[in-house]
Design a binder for this molecule. Structure first.
Ligand code: NAD
Length: 321
């Protein structure tokens, strides 16, 4: 039986990844600073550890007399645009500490395969209509936020360990990911979850507030597609960073209209000031396509899976179910 360590297993994508690895018949240890808020872990063992602490990273990585066949490092101080713009120091400090210790000790303990979850936030801003950007075009670098700079640094650190210490490293740059069991309220939620919540809270014919003018372009990747991409990438021979994202690009207003359609509500949009991030995105997926990966969920299909779960959370929070 193969063994895997998933760091960030108490979080959104990590929780889904643990389930995927169990479906593939791995023995899985999950690690996180907190328990999962919305579901029981599917991991065989769950350790609650603060991975900013070096000793905790060593504990997480140690299995009997050895270590794991595969390590998936998804732990990060993480949130949507509101969090990214207000918590620059926490992101730069906490996530880099986790990655420094995890990468160093994984290589030292002889982990054969190490996965690092990066982000398309490493890229510069784009204008609508620009041709696709490939992974190599992240350099020369000009990320729009500190979260992107931290990811770029941690990518390069992992690659340095691959070159110098022989640990196979796989790096995914995720586009925006959404789905059930993700943060949907509290300030760290990302745009799809925030919009689903606002629409669930609104009356039919009501209004939701949207940060910015609604024209920012994004791609949204359903979580089942994301974990499929992670798994395929981990078992591929693709060195260097690899974009994973649904090739459907929509504006924020189109995202709201899709959620409203799935909810069966007429919703008006009110644009207000707020952190928006970059204007546009358009990335090549050729590298991940070479593994046989394709997005199975386009936005409306994924929102149809996600919205009912968030609507249920909203009702529970209001004491309605
Ligand atoms: P998430 O916040 O749900 O999961 C991250 C987990 O890391 C959380 O459960 C958190 O408690 C844990 N963590 C934070 N600090 C820790 C610490 N000191 N010790 C141990 N655990 C700690 O976020 P997610 O959406 O599941 O993201 C997973 C990874 O994917 C992150 O690295 C994130 O940067 C990356 N990513 C996500 C998206 C997205 O759209 N969700 C996009 C690009 C990249």
């Amino acid at each position: 039986m193969k063994t895997a360590l998933v760091c960030g297993a108490g979080g959104f994508i990590g929780g889904h990844l643990v389930q995927k690895l169990k479906d593939e018949e791995y023995w899985v240890r999950g690690v996180d600073i907190k328990q999962h808020e919305y579901r029981e872990t599917a991991a065989d063992e769950f350790l609650q550890l603060d991975l900013r602490e070096e000793a905790n990273c060593i504990q997480a990585l140690t299995l009997g007399d050895g270590t794991f066949d595969e390590v998936y490092q998804l732990a990060a101080d993480m949130g949507g645009m509101g969090f990214i713009h207000s918590a620059e120091c926490e992101i730069m400090h906490n996530s880099v500490l986790i990655n420094i210790h995890m990468t160093h000790h994984a290589a030292r303990l002889g982990v054969p395969r190490y996965f690092f979850s990066s982000s398309v936030c490493v890229y510069r801003d784009m204008q609508p209509g620009e041709p696709e950007m490939t992974e190599a075009e992240a350099i020369p670098a000009n990320p729009d936020n500190e979260y992107g700079w931290e990811k770029l640094y941690s990518e390069r650190m992992a690659q340095a360990y691959e070159r110098n210490q022989g640990m196979t490293v796989r790096i995914a740059r995720f586009q925006n990911c959404y789905g059930p069991y993700g943060t949907w309220t509290g300030g760290r939620e990302k745009a799809p979850a925030a919009i689903c919540r606002k629409v669930a809270e609104a009356e039919d014919g009501g209004t939701v507030e949207v940060w910015g003018d609604g024209t920012a372009v994004r791609s949204y990747t359903y979580v089942a597609d994301m974990v499929d991409g992670i798994y395929r990438l981990m078992h591929s021979d693709l060195q260097g960073a690899v974009n994973i994202g649904c090739p459907e690009y929509v504006t924020v207003d189109e995202l709201v209209r899709t959620v409203a359609e799935v909810a069966g509500k007429t919703i008006n949009i009110k644009h207000i000031d707020g952190p928006v991030g970059v204007q546009s995105r358009n990335f090549s997926n050729e590298r991940i396509y070479s593994t046989g990966w394709q997005a199975k969920y386009f936005l409306k299909d994924g929102i149809a899976q996600n919205y009912p779960w968030i609507e249920e959370q909203v009702k529970k929070a209001r004491g309605e179910s």
